[in-house]
Design a binder for this molecule. Sequence first.
Ligand code: SAM
Length: 334
Amino acid sequence: MSFSGYKKYIEEGDLVIIYMTRDNMTPIYIKKDTSFNNRFGIFHHNDIIGKQFGSKMVSHNYRGFVYLLHPTPELWTLVLPHRTQILYIADISFITTMLEMKPGVNVIESGTGSGSFSHSIARTIAPHGRLYSFEYHQERVNLATTEFQEHGFGDIIKMHHRDVCKEGFQMKDEVSAVFLDLPAPWDAIASAKEAFKQDRTGKICCFSPCIEQVARSVTALEEHGFIDITMYECLIREHTVAPLQKIEFSEALKDAQERRAKGLPSVDSVAIKRKLSRDEPVPTADEIESTANLMLVSKTIGETRGHTSYLTFATFLPPSAIQVVNASSSSSSD
Ligand code: SAM
């Protein structure tokens, strides 16, 4: 079963993501003569085998239905067994872009934790890139190794059981990107520097929940000659979208005057809001144009929740580039 490819029909042994609702999904491994129960009824694995991924399945006792989804790293992040805190997709996509991960790139990550980010990295760098994943907790190493194998990433992810802060990565001249999700990332920066390919620039990211950790990482990055040190915070902002009834300005003015005369608040007079009902699809732009006087407006909630961590990025400069920079700065000062 591979996360990086896509297959059409479900077979015994496959991992299927059972989708009940947007907020309620569960992973199951298909095994003949067993069944899966939930509030929508009983689903026999024998009936699932042979169905297409993506299909809708009504329960054996007709109480409801689920969708049978093909696993992806994004879905896995939503359903995986939590052995640690994990990275979610907003941070994952941002870090992947900033570290310039793409097919063929070699990457280091530490720690592996629950393997949430590892799945996305492996899919991004496949088939020729390698992810060297370091974790010092033996049980997490064992579980992650089995999971990566089962999910078709056995060749791409190389697991290492090691305390990287004490023993380092023990790699030289091999990777283009390093991601550190550790309590003390600054202790791994010297060793990360050696692991970078020495003939080109590389990118590093330290993921730390508090600003004191960021300060220590920045100091260590500067000491080891990293450049372009920048810190970001990835915050999720929800937008609620609703159609709003437009009315003519003269009508609105008249309405406002009448309301004022009656002592009513004027705020609702300029537009009549109609909220979308729970399952009503958001109208398309064409539908809005053709629907009399409707316009779509979006509103963000006042409070922005979702702080996960601060993301400190920096660039590794190869020794040859540092020589050039030093030479040009000394000649310009002559
Ligand atoms: N990024 C992971 C994910 O998305 O699932 C979660 C990582 S979790 C927050 C941090 C992991 O780092 C833990 O599993 C912990 O055991 C491991 N760790 C902490 N210090 C370490 C060290 N010095 N060397 C190796 N692993 C370490």
